[in-house]
Design a protein around this ligand. Structure first.
Ligand SMILES: [Fe+2]
Ligand SMILES: [Fe+2]
Length: 471
Protein backbone atom coordinates (compact mmCIF):
# COMPACT_ATOMS: atom_id res chain seq x y z
CA UNK A 1 0.00 0.00 0.00
CA UNK A 2 2.96 2.33 -0.33
CA UNK A 3 1.92 3.50 -3.77
CA UNK A 4 0.01 6.74 -3.75
CA UNK A 5 -3.33 6.73 -5.49
CA UNK A 6 -3.60 10.03 -7.34
CA UNK A 7 -6.64 9.03 -9.32
CA UNK A 8 -9.06 9.67 -6.48
CA UNK A 9 -10.29 13.00 -5.25
CA UNK A 10 -8.07 12.78 -2.19
CA UNK A 11 -4.65 11.34 -3.05
CA UNK A 12 -3.74 8.69 -0.50
CA UNK A 13 -1.90 5.49 0.22
CA UNK A 14 -4.32 4.28 2.89
CA UNK A 15 -6.82 2.63 0.55
CA UNK A 16 -9.40 5.28 1.28
CA UNK A 17 -11.70 3.85 -1.40
CA UNK A 18 -12.35 0.79 0.74
CA UNK A 19 -13.89 2.86 3.54
CA UNK A 20 -16.73 4.76 1.90
CA UNK A 21 -17.92 6.45 5.08
CA UNK A 22 -14.51 7.83 5.86
CA UNK A 23 -13.99 8.82 2.26
CA UNK A 24 -17.28 10.72 2.21
CA UNK A 25 -16.49 12.45 5.49
CA UNK A 26 -13.09 13.58 4.23
CA UNK A 27 -14.60 14.62 0.90
CA UNK A 28 -16.95 16.83 2.86
CA UNK A 29 -14.05 18.35 4.79
CA UNK A 30 -12.10 18.96 1.57
CA UNK A 31 -14.14 21.97 0.30
CA UNK A 32 -14.03 23.52 3.76
CA UNK A 33 -10.27 23.12 3.70
CA UNK A 34 -10.05 24.72 0.26
CA UNK A 35 -12.20 27.57 1.42
CA UNK A 36 -9.88 28.06 4.39
CA UNK A 37 -6.87 27.95 2.03
CA UNK A 38 -8.47 30.54 -0.17
CA UNK A 39 -9.25 32.84 2.73
CA UNK A 40 -6.18 32.29 4.92
CA UNK A 41 -3.52 30.79 2.65
CA UNK A 42 -1.00 32.80 0.61
CA UNK A 43 -2.67 36.02 -0.42
CA UNK A 44 -3.02 36.76 -4.15
CA UNK A 45 -0.94 34.08 -5.86
CA UNK A 46 -3.75 31.62 -6.58
CA UNK A 47 -3.45 31.84 -10.34
CA UNK A 48 0.35 31.66 -10.59
CA UNK A 49 2.18 28.49 -11.45
CA UNK A 50 4.76 27.59 -8.84
CA UNK A 51 7.61 25.10 -9.24
CA UNK A 52 6.62 22.75 -6.40
CA UNK A 53 7.44 19.26 -5.30
CA UNK A 54 4.65 16.78 -4.67
CA UNK A 55 4.96 13.44 -2.93
CA UNK A 56 4.82 10.52 -5.36
CA UNK A 57 5.92 7.74 -3.06
CA UNK A 58 6.51 7.32 0.64
CA UNK A 59 9.83 5.58 0.14
CA UNK A 60 12.71 7.42 1.82
CA UNK A 61 14.36 8.38 -1.46
CA UNK A 62 12.88 9.80 -4.58
CA UNK A 63 9.50 10.64 -3.15
CA UNK A 64 9.26 14.03 -4.72
CA UNK A 65 8.10 15.07 -8.15
CA UNK A 66 8.84 18.64 -9.25
CA UNK A 67 6.62 20.56 -11.60
CA UNK A 68 4.53 23.69 -12.05
CA UNK A 69 1.36 23.74 -9.99
CA UNK A 70 -1.16 26.42 -9.07
CA UNK A 71 -1.34 26.27 -5.30
CA UNK A 72 -5.10 25.77 -5.00
CA UNK A 73 -4.64 22.75 -7.28
CA UNK A 74 -1.90 21.20 -5.16
CA UNK A 75 -2.68 17.53 -4.51
CA UNK A 76 -3.00 17.54 -0.75
CA UNK A 77 -3.43 14.04 0.48
CA UNK A 78 -2.90 11.36 3.07
CA UNK A 79 0.46 9.62 3.07
CA UNK A 80 1.57 7.21 5.75
CA UNK A 81 4.80 5.30 5.91
CA UNK A 82 4.29 1.61 5.18
CA UNK A 83 3.27 -0.53 8.09
CA UNK A 84 6.07 -2.36 9.83
CA UNK A 85 5.27 -6.04 10.40
CA UNK A 86 4.75 -6.97 14.03
CA UNK A 87 5.62 -3.52 15.35
CA UNK A 88 5.78 -3.29 19.14
CA UNK A 89 5.13 -0.39 21.50
CA UNK A 90 8.69 0.91 21.87
CA UNK A 91 8.60 2.45 25.36
CA UNK A 92 6.63 3.05 28.53
CA UNK A 93 4.67 0.66 30.72
CA UNK A 94 3.55 -1.45 27.73
CA UNK A 95 6.94 -1.63 26.02
CA UNK A 96 7.19 -4.80 23.95
CA UNK A 97 3.44 -5.32 23.55
CA UNK A 98 1.96 -5.13 20.03
CA UNK A 99 1.54 -1.56 18.77
CA UNK A 100 -2.04 -0.29 18.59
CA UNK A 101 -3.87 -0.10 15.27
CA UNK A 102 -6.88 1.47 16.93
CA UNK A 103 -7.10 4.04 19.72
CA UNK A 104 -7.08 2.39 23.14
CA UNK A 105 -10.23 3.60 24.92
CA UNK A 106 -8.52 4.77 28.09
CA UNK A 107 -6.11 7.00 26.17
CA UNK A 108 -8.55 8.42 23.69
CA UNK A 109 -8.75 11.86 25.28
CA UNK A 110 -4.97 12.16 25.67
CA UNK A 111 -4.31 11.06 22.10
CA UNK A 112 -6.91 13.39 20.73
CA UNK A 113 -5.32 16.26 22.61
CA UNK A 114 -1.84 15.38 21.35
CA UNK A 115 -3.05 15.16 17.75
CA UNK A 116 -5.12 18.34 17.88
CA UNK A 117 -2.26 20.32 19.40
CA UNK A 118 0.08 19.19 16.65
CA UNK A 119 -2.58 19.69 13.97
CA UNK A 120 -3.33 23.24 15.05
CA UNK A 121 0.21 24.42 14.37
CA UNK A 122 0.00 23.46 10.70
CA UNK A 123 -2.72 25.84 9.47
CA UNK A 124 -1.53 28.42 12.01
CA UNK A 125 1.83 28.78 10.29
CA UNK A 126 0.18 29.16 6.89
CA UNK A 127 -1.94 31.97 8.33
CA UNK A 128 1.08 33.62 9.92
CA UNK A 129 2.91 33.63 6.59
CA UNK A 130 0.08 34.55 4.30
CA UNK A 131 1.19 38.07 3.36
CA UNK A 132 4.87 37.37 2.82
CA UNK A 133 4.47 36.68 -0.89
CA UNK A 134 4.07 40.40 -1.47
CA UNK A 135 7.54 41.21 -0.17
CA UNK A 136 9.63 38.23 -1.33
CA UNK A 137 13.35 38.98 -1.79
CA UNK A 138 13.53 36.72 -4.88
CA UNK A 139 11.53 34.24 -6.94
CA UNK A 140 13.58 31.46 -5.37
CA UNK A 141 12.49 32.52 -1.90
CA UNK A 142 8.91 33.02 -3.01
CA UNK A 143 8.83 29.45 -4.26
CA UNK A 144 10.28 28.14 -1.00
CA UNK A 145 7.68 30.02 0.99
CA UNK A 146 4.91 28.46 -1.08
CA UNK A 147 6.47 25.01 -0.79
CA UNK A 148 6.48 25.33 2.98
CA UNK A 149 2.90 26.61 2.91
CA UNK A 150 1.46 23.77 0.83
CA UNK A 151 3.29 21.20 2.94
CA UNK A 152 2.00 22.67 6.18
CA UNK A 153 -1.41 22.36 4.56
CA UNK A 154 -0.65 18.72 3.88
CA UNK A 155 0.41 18.23 7.49
CA UNK A 156 -3.02 19.42 8.47
CA UNK A 157 -4.45 16.74 6.16
CA UNK A 158 -2.24 14.16 7.83
CA UNK A 159 -3.61 15.00 11.27
CA UNK A 160 -7.19 15.40 10.09
CA UNK A 161 -7.09 11.94 8.59
CA UNK A 162 -6.23 10.55 12.04
CA UNK A 163 -9.04 12.54 13.65
CA UNK A 164 -11.61 11.40 11.08
CA UNK A 165 -10.49 7.83 10.89
CA UNK A 166 -9.96 7.07 14.57
CA UNK A 167 -11.97 9.52 16.66
CA UNK A 168 -15.49 9.40 15.24
CA UNK A 169 -17.74 12.36 15.81
CA UNK A 170 -15.36 14.14 18.21
CA UNK A 171 -12.64 13.83 15.63
CA UNK A 172 -14.80 15.34 12.91
CA UNK A 173 -15.69 18.24 15.19
CA UNK A 174 -12.04 18.83 15.99
CA UNK A 175 -11.26 18.80 12.27
CA UNK A 176 -13.84 21.52 11.70
CA UNK A 177 -12.49 23.62 14.53
CA UNK A 178 -9.03 23.40 13.05
CA UNK A 179 -10.38 25.45 10.15
CA UNK A 180 -12.14 27.89 12.45
CA UNK A 181 -9.39 29.06 14.79
CA UNK A 182 -7.21 31.85 13.41
CA UNK A 183 -3.63 32.76 14.21
CA UNK A 184 -3.52 35.94 16.29
CA UNK A 185 -7.28 36.25 16.59
CA UNK A 186 -8.07 37.37 20.17
CA UNK A 187 -11.42 35.53 20.26
CA UNK A 188 -10.42 32.21 18.72
CA UNK A 189 -6.65 32.04 18.63
CA UNK A 190 -4.48 29.10 17.70
CA UNK A 191 -3.62 26.88 20.66
CA UNK A 192 0.07 27.71 21.18
CA UNK A 193 1.42 31.23 21.65
CA UNK A 194 4.25 31.04 19.11
CA UNK A 195 1.65 30.27 16.47
CA UNK A 196 -0.17 33.48 17.23
CA UNK A 197 2.90 35.71 16.83
CA UNK A 198 2.82 37.82 13.70
CA UNK A 199 5.32 36.97 10.96
CA UNK A 200 5.54 40.33 9.28
CA UNK A 201 8.92 40.09 7.63
CA UNK A 202 11.05 37.54 5.85
CA UNK A 203 13.54 37.74 8.68
CA UNK A 204 10.81 36.48 11.00
CA UNK A 205 9.93 33.83 8.42
CA UNK A 206 13.50 32.52 8.28
CA UNK A 207 13.77 32.59 12.09
CA UNK A 208 10.45 30.77 12.29
CA UNK A 209 11.40 28.05 9.82
CA UNK A 210 14.74 27.68 11.59
CA UNK A 211 13.50 27.59 15.19
CA UNK A 212 9.76 26.89 15.17
CA UNK A 213 9.79 24.26 12.43
CA UNK A 214 12.61 22.67 14.39
CA UNK A 215 10.32 22.45 17.39
CA UNK A 216 7.99 20.71 14.96
CA UNK A 217 10.75 18.30 14.06
CA UNK A 218 11.30 17.30 17.68
CA UNK A 219 7.60 16.99 18.46
CA UNK A 220 7.24 14.78 15.38
CA UNK A 221 10.28 12.72 16.40
CA UNK A 222 8.63 12.05 19.76
CA UNK A 223 5.33 11.13 18.09
CA UNK A 224 7.05 9.01 15.44
CA UNK A 225 7.82 6.56 18.27
CA UNK A 226 4.21 6.36 19.42
CA UNK A 227 2.67 3.02 20.28
CA UNK A 228 -0.41 4.24 18.39
CA UNK A 229 0.89 2.99 15.06
CA UNK A 230 -1.06 5.23 12.64
CA UNK A 231 0.31 8.29 14.45
CA UNK A 232 3.86 6.96 14.22
CA UNK A 233 3.53 6.23 10.51
CA UNK A 234 1.96 9.60 9.71
CA UNK A 235 4.54 11.63 11.58
CA UNK A 236 7.43 9.69 10.05
CA UNK A 237 6.39 10.82 6.63
CA UNK A 238 5.81 14.39 7.85
CA UNK A 239 9.42 14.45 9.07
CA UNK A 240 10.72 13.89 5.55
CA UNK A 241 8.85 17.04 4.45
CA UNK A 242 10.01 19.00 7.47
CA UNK A 243 13.67 18.77 6.51
CA UNK A 244 13.19 21.24 3.67
CA UNK A 245 11.49 23.76 5.98
CA UNK A 246 14.48 23.66 8.30
CA UNK A 247 16.81 24.09 5.34
CA UNK A 248 14.88 27.20 4.28
CA UNK A 249 15.29 28.66 7.77
CA UNK A 250 18.92 27.85 8.40
CA UNK A 251 20.17 28.91 4.96
CA UNK A 252 17.77 31.88 4.88
CA UNK A 253 19.22 33.39 8.04
CA UNK A 254 22.68 32.34 6.83
CA UNK A 255 22.24 34.34 3.64
CA UNK A 256 21.19 37.39 5.67
CA UNK A 257 24.31 36.97 7.82
CA UNK A 258 26.45 36.65 4.72
CA UNK A 259 25.02 39.79 3.16
CA UNK A 260 25.63 41.80 6.34
CA UNK A 261 29.20 40.47 6.51
CA UNK A 262 29.78 41.50 2.88
CA UNK A 263 28.48 45.00 3.58
CA UNK A 264 30.64 45.25 6.71
CA UNK A 265 33.69 44.31 4.67
CA UNK A 266 32.93 46.88 2.00
CA UNK A 267 32.09 49.61 4.47
CA UNK A 268 33.95 48.81 7.67
CA UNK A 269 33.29 52.16 9.29
CA UNK A 270 29.60 52.57 8.79
CA UNK A 271 26.40 51.14 10.21
CA UNK A 272 25.23 48.29 7.94
CA UNK A 273 21.83 49.99 7.95
CA UNK A 274 23.24 52.81 5.83
CA UNK A 275 23.77 50.17 3.15
CA UNK A 276 20.48 48.38 3.55
CA UNK A 277 21.76 45.39 5.55
CA UNK A 278 20.64 44.07 8.92
CA UNK A 279 23.15 44.62 11.76
CA UNK A 280 24.38 41.46 13.48
CA UNK A 281 23.28 42.56 16.99
CA UNK A 282 19.79 43.03 15.59
CA UNK A 283 19.84 39.52 14.15
CA UNK A 284 20.89 38.34 17.60
CA UNK A 285 17.78 39.99 19.08
CA UNK A 286 15.54 38.19 16.59
CA UNK A 287 17.24 34.96 17.65
CA UNK A 288 16.46 35.80 21.28
CA UNK A 289 12.85 36.46 20.47
CA UNK A 290 12.09 33.36 18.42
CA UNK A 291 14.16 30.93 20.45
CA UNK A 292 12.66 31.98 23.76
CA UNK A 293 9.16 31.74 22.31
CA UNK A 294 9.89 28.27 20.91
CA UNK A 295 11.41 27.09 24.18
CA UNK A 296 7.93 27.55 25.63
CA UNK A 297 6.48 25.09 23.11
CA UNK A 298 7.90 22.16 25.06
CA UNK A 299 5.78 22.97 28.08
CA UNK A 300 6.81 22.91 31.69
CA UNK A 301 10.19 21.48 32.67
CA UNK A 302 8.52 19.21 35.18
CA UNK A 303 5.33 17.69 33.86
CA UNK A 304 3.06 14.89 34.95
CA UNK A 305 1.34 15.00 31.55
CA UNK A 306 4.63 14.19 29.87
CA UNK A 307 5.13 11.34 32.34
CA UNK A 308 1.66 9.98 31.62
CA UNK A 309 2.04 10.19 27.86
CA UNK A 310 5.29 8.28 28.11
CA UNK A 311 3.95 5.67 30.52
CA UNK A 312 1.01 5.04 28.19
CA UNK A 313 3.24 4.70 25.13
CA UNK A 314 1.69 7.70 23.38
CA UNK A 315 4.64 10.10 23.07
CA UNK A 316 8.21 8.89 23.38
CA UNK A 317 11.62 10.43 23.42
CA UNK A 318 13.20 11.55 20.15
CA UNK A 319 14.95 8.55 18.56
CA UNK A 320 13.57 6.35 21.37
CA UNK A 321 14.27 3.04 19.65
CA UNK A 322 17.66 3.94 18.19
CA UNK A 323 19.12 5.87 21.07
CA UNK A 324 18.04 4.20 24.31
CA UNK A 325 18.42 0.81 25.91
CA UNK A 326 16.09 1.23 28.83
CA UNK A 327 12.70 2.05 27.32
CA UNK A 328 10.88 2.20 30.62
CA UNK A 329 12.91 5.08 32.01
CA UNK A 330 11.82 4.31 35.54
CA UNK A 331 15.15 4.35 37.33
CA UNK A 332 16.73 7.44 35.84
CA UNK A 333 16.50 11.04 36.84
CA UNK A 334 17.45 14.42 35.51
CA UNK A 335 18.79 17.50 37.26
CA UNK A 336 16.64 20.54 36.75
CA UNK A 337 17.31 24.03 38.04
CA UNK A 338 14.39 25.51 39.86
CA UNK A 339 14.18 29.17 40.74
CA UNK A 340 13.11 29.57 44.34
CA UNK A 341 13.27 32.60 46.61
CA UNK A 342 15.35 34.48 44.12
CA UNK A 343 17.98 31.80 43.54
CA UNK A 344 18.58 28.79 41.36
CA UNK A 345 18.44 25.43 43.10
CA UNK A 346 19.32 22.13 41.44
CA UNK A 347 16.82 19.38 41.94
CA UNK A 348 16.75 15.80 40.79
CA UNK A 349 13.52 14.90 39.03
CA UNK A 350 12.40 11.40 37.94
CA UNK A 351 13.17 11.19 34.23
CA UNK A 352 9.59 10.54 33.17
CA UNK A 353 8.57 13.83 34.72
CA UNK A 354 11.39 15.65 32.96
CA UNK A 355 10.67 14.50 29.40
CA UNK A 356 9.57 17.91 28.18
CA UNK A 357 12.88 19.27 29.37
CA UNK A 358 14.79 16.40 27.81
CA UNK A 359 13.18 17.06 24.43
CA UNK A 360 13.86 20.80 24.80
CA UNK A 361 17.53 20.15 25.56
CA UNK A 362 17.88 18.05 22.43
CA UNK A 363 16.14 20.77 20.46
CA UNK A 364 18.58 23.33 21.87
CA UNK A 365 21.54 21.19 20.83
CA UNK A 366 20.14 20.99 17.33
CA UNK A 367 19.63 24.78 17.30
CA UNK A 368 23.27 25.19 18.29
CA UNK A 369 24.33 23.54 15.04
CA UNK A 370 22.54 26.27 13.11
CA UNK A 371 24.15 28.95 15.26
CA UNK A 372 27.56 27.38 14.60
CA UNK A 373 26.84 27.40 10.87
CA UNK A 374 26.09 31.14 11.00
CA UNK A 375 29.21 31.78 13.06
CA UNK A 376 31.30 29.95 10.47
CA UNK A 377 29.99 32.37 7.84
CA UNK A 378 31.16 35.25 10.05
CA UNK A 379 34.57 33.59 10.44
CA UNK A 380 34.91 33.35 6.71
CA UNK A 381 34.44 37.10 6.46
CA UNK A 382 36.72 37.74 9.45
CA UNK A 383 33.94 39.40 11.36
CA UNK A 384 34.45 39.64 15.09
CA UNK A 385 30.98 38.69 16.29
CA UNK A 386 29.49 35.50 17.61
CA UNK A 387 25.83 34.50 17.61
CA UNK A 388 24.61 32.75 20.73
CA UNK A 389 21.47 31.00 21.83
CA UNK A 390 19.78 32.65 24.77
CA UNK A 391 19.80 30.72 28.01
CA UNK A 392 16.61 28.61 28.22
CA UNK A 393 15.46 30.68 31.22
CA UNK A 394 15.40 33.89 29.18
CA UNK A 395 12.01 35.45 28.41
CA UNK A 396 9.89 32.43 29.24
CA UNK A 397 6.11 32.53 29.58
CA UNK A 398 5.58 28.87 30.39
CA UNK A 399 7.26 26.57 32.90
CA UNK A 400 9.46 27.01 35.95
CA UNK A 401 10.93 30.35 34.88
CA UNK A 402 7.74 32.07 33.79
CA UNK A 403 6.97 35.03 36.01
CA UNK A 404 10.65 35.53 36.92
CA UNK A 405 13.18 37.48 34.88
CA UNK A 406 16.55 36.47 33.49
CA UNK A 407 19.04 38.03 31.12
CA UNK A 408 20.04 36.16 27.94
CA UNK A 409 22.87 34.49 29.90
CA UNK A 410 20.35 33.14 32.38
CA UNK A 411 21.25 35.40 35.31
CA UNK A 412 18.30 36.48 37.43
CA UNK A 413 17.39 40.14 37.04
CA UNK A 414 14.59 42.19 38.55
CA UNK A 415 11.47 42.92 36.58
CA UNK A 416 12.55 46.58 36.42
CA UNK A 417 15.92 45.70 35.04
CA UNK A 418 14.36 43.38 32.49
CA UNK A 419 11.99 46.07 31.32
CA UNK A 420 14.73 48.69 31.28
CA UNK A 421 17.01 46.49 29.21
CA UNK A 422 14.37 44.81 27.05
CA UNK A 423 15.52 46.83 24.04
CA UNK A 424 19.07 45.50 24.44
CA UNK A 425 17.85 41.94 24.22
CA UNK A 426 14.75 41.90 22.04
CA UNK A 427 13.94 43.82 18.85
CA UNK A 428 12.45 47.26 19.54
CA UNK A 429 9.53 48.69 17.58
CA UNK A 430 11.96 50.97 15.66
CA UNK A 431 14.19 48.04 14.78
CA UNK A 432 11.24 46.01 13.59
CA UNK A 433 10.19 48.99 11.49
CA UNK A 434 13.65 49.13 9.99
CA UNK A 435 13.50 45.46 9.01
CA UNK A 436 10.01 46.03 7.61
CA UNK A 437 11.29 48.94 5.55
CA UNK A 438 13.67 46.52 3.78
CA UNK A 439 10.85 44.25 2.69
CA UNK A 440 10.45 45.44 -0.89
CA UNK A 441 9.56 42.71 -3.36
CA UNK A 442 12.14 41.63 -5.92
CA UNK A 443 10.39 39.33 -8.36
CA UNK A 444 12.51 39.56 -11.48
CA UNK A 445 14.28 36.36 -12.46
CA UNK A 446 17.83 36.20 -11.15
CA UNK A 447 17.50 39.34 -9.01
CA UNK A 448 17.64 39.54 -5.24
CA UNK A 449 16.97 42.11 -2.51
CA UNK A 450 19.92 43.97 -1.02
CA UNK A 451 19.59 42.66 2.54
CA UNK A 452 20.16 39.00 1.67
CA UNK A 453 22.70 37.03 -0.37
CA UNK A 454 21.56 34.68 -3.15
CA UNK A 455 21.57 30.95 -2.35
CA UNK A 456 24.56 28.81 -3.33
CA UNK A 457 22.35 26.67 -5.52
CA UNK A 458 18.79 26.50 -6.70
CA UNK A 459 16.03 23.98 -6.12
CA UNK A 460 16.18 20.52 -7.70
CA UNK A 461 19.35 21.31 -9.62
CA UNK A 462 17.85 24.43 -11.22
CA UNK A 463 19.88 27.65 -11.33
CA UNK A 464 19.07 30.61 -9.08
CA UNK A 465 17.66 32.55 -12.03
CA UNK A 466 15.17 29.80 -12.88
CA UNK A 467 11.54 30.90 -13.21
CA UNK A 468 10.45 29.41 -9.87
CA UNK A 469 7.13 31.21 -9.98
CA UNK A 470 5.39 32.25 -13.21
CA UNK A 471 4.02 35.68 -12.54
FE1 LIG B 1 4.26 20.98 9.68
FE1 LIG C 1 7.23 22.70 8.80
Amino acid sequence: MTKIDYSSKIPNNVDLASDKRLQRALERWQPAYLEWWHEMGPSDFDSNEVYLRTAVSVEPDGWAHFGYVRMPEYRWGIFLEPKEADRRIPFGDFAGQPAWDEVPGEYRADLRRIIVTQADTEPASVEQQRLLGHTAPSLYDLRNLFQVNVEEGRHLWAMVYLLHRYFGKDGREEAEELLERRSGNPDRPRILTTFNEPIETWLDFFMFTMFTDRDGKFQLLALAESGFDPLARTTRFMLTEEAHHLFVGQTGVGRVVQRTAEVMREHPDSDPREHGAIPLPLLQKYIHFWVSSCNDLYGSEVSSNAANYFAAGLKGRAYEEKKYEDHRALDESMVIEKFEDGRLVSEEVPLRNALNELLRREYIQDNQKGIDYWNRILDKYDVDFEFRLPNPRFNRKIGLYAGSHFDPDGNPVSRDEFERRRGEWLPTAEERDYVKSLMQPVLERGKIAGWIAPPKKGINGQPFDFEYVRL
